[in-house]
Ligand binder design. Sequence first.
Ligand code: AMP
Ligand code: MG
Length: 321
Amino acid sequence: MTMHASIVNADVASIQKAAILLAEGKLVAFPTETVYGLGADATNDRAVAAIYAAKGRPQFNPLIIHVANPEALDGLIEWNETARLLAAQFWPGPLTLVLPRKKSCPVSLLASAGMDTLAVRIPSHPVAKQLLEAVKRPIAAPSANASGKLSPTTPIHVAESLYDKVDLILAGGKSQVGLESTVLNLTSTRPAILRPGGITREQLEKILGPIDIVSVAENTSLMSPGMLASHYAPNLPLRLNAMQAESDEGFLTFGPDILAKGGAQRLNLSPQGDLSEAAANLFTMLRQLDQSQLRGIAVMPIPNIGLGVAINDRLNRAAVR
Ligand code: AMP
Ligand code: MG
């Protein structure tokens, strides 16, 4: 993260500059037709961690992955018939589809909060399109506002909220839709709207027939452990705040761990004690330790400050079974 972002009018040169910054792992706010997005290279764990740090979110909720065209999704998700139909009808546009991640999907597990699914979208805003074409990689982008603040529909809104946390703000006028994208889950037995938005239920039902709307309360509980098949929780029990691991436990450590003892296999989230590095490694390392020959996973204490709050939120949810 740098000092103060400059707001620049989106043109060929500034879009090129933004693409280079993104490829370097920096954060760039850019216009989409729904709201302004806070973009980062979705394949870069550290860049994705920087999104959560910039927004000051106390939780890792999964992010929407933006690409320039449907072909760019071939390496990321498993297509199905319904997704093809909806893509042909509504993309580019304010519809997000939740689909199974490909095994070989290069998107950071942090961006999908450790789950086996991925939320994907092709925005129609010309600046977003040109930026995605220039950067040639998937971009994770939640709304470009601090946690708990309103979604931004102008570059000024973005600057008010995140001016010292982004590396560049691309200005491309006012967001036309001004509402978030509709999030449609295509990994459940019936398609289900997880968040109402720019594409209406009626528009979707014209093509799909009856679909479910998941209520806000249910949607919140989707994020609780065990409630959703695709929600990531390790198979092995977690034991938190451990300074010592048994010989049949995996040991997830943090910071200098010479005083921590034991463990069949040990992985360190960040030997330097850097919470952003720890966030970037969290889901990958949990998966690596989640092996059947072990009895459980012991986790060293993580400081409950900055990104540590979101890390502990996730670990606490995974520990309750
Ligand atoms: P925002 O980051 O503000 O654009 O919001 C993203 C929305 O997409 C949130 O409502 C997330 O819960 C939802 N979302 C993103 N990825 C997934 C996923 N893999 N499964 C379910 N919902 C998702
Ligand atoms: Mg938002």
